[in-house]
Design a protein around this ligand. Structure first.
Ligand code: SF4
Length: 217
């Protein structure tokens, strides 16, 4: 019987994250791990081990269709994996993250008041205030939690939609974190004698179902 590794259960991470955020928005800060860890691994080790092994979201997108048969398994439009779309989406994503930081700063300064809503798909505002407690946390801490939770939820919903419409890991073809780590890997490989090779020779990830999940140009 195949030995199970701890990281094969990281699909529980996004489920736990969104569940805890329902009860206390301060747990949303844990989303920074999903931002910083892939970048750290790419910068320090020059590889995409996070995508290949440690990404709970990627695992979840692989697991759900297998268990619930909720993906069409159709090839996604090529546009979604094109550099134009990937970099455009990355830029948009970073702009939205910048807006979160900006609002957090304004709340910290006292220029604007705390906005206790979770924004879904940048359009729908979900009232959240009654359903959680943040104790005596400073307003800017709470504001950043709302912003980050909104961004995480929105990207997860987009990922679930494309998972259902196309192949399970379609999100990975334009995922901003995958795109950024890809750029870092390529930059680190530049000038080295060997051809660019971002994906390390790690064993095949448990969630790897044979799809091409990230771009290696
Ligand atoms: S591309 Fe994004 S969602 Fe996919 S495995 Fe990498 S970090 Fe996770």
């Amino acid at each position: 019987m195949k030995k199970q590794h701890w990281y094969e259960y990281l699909w529980l991470w996004p489920i736990g994250y969104f569940t805890l955020g329902l009860f206390n928005i301060l747990f949303a800060w844990m989303g920074l791990i999903d931002f910083l860890l892939p970048l750290f691994i790419a910068v320090v080790f020059g590889n995409k081990a996070f995508c290949n092994r440690y990404c709970g979201r990627g695992q979840l997108f692989s697991l759900l269709p297998r268990k619930l048969n909720c993906s069409s398994w159709k090839p996604a439009p090529r546009l979604l994996a094109s550099p134009l779309f990937r970099y455009g989406f990355l830029l948009f994503f970073l702009t939205m993250f910048g807006a979160i930081l900006s609002r957090t700063y304004l709340v910290f300064q006292g220029t604007v008041s705390l906005r206790e809503t979770v924004d879904l798909l940048w359009v729908f505002s979900l009232p959240w205030a009654q359903s959680h407690s943040t104790g005596s946390a400073p307003a800017w801490i709470v504001q950043f939690g709302f912003g980050l939770y909104s961004l995480m939820l929105t990207s997860a919903v987009i990922g679930l939609i494309v998972m259902a419409l196309y192949r399970p890991r379609t999100w990975c073809s334009f995922c901003p974190m995958g795109c950024m780590t890809q750029l870092i890997c390529k930059a680190k490989q530049r000038g080295k004698p060997e051809p660019p090779k971002c994906i390390p020779p790690v064993p095949t990830a448990p969630h790897d179902d044979g799809e091409k999940t990230t771009q290696v140009n």
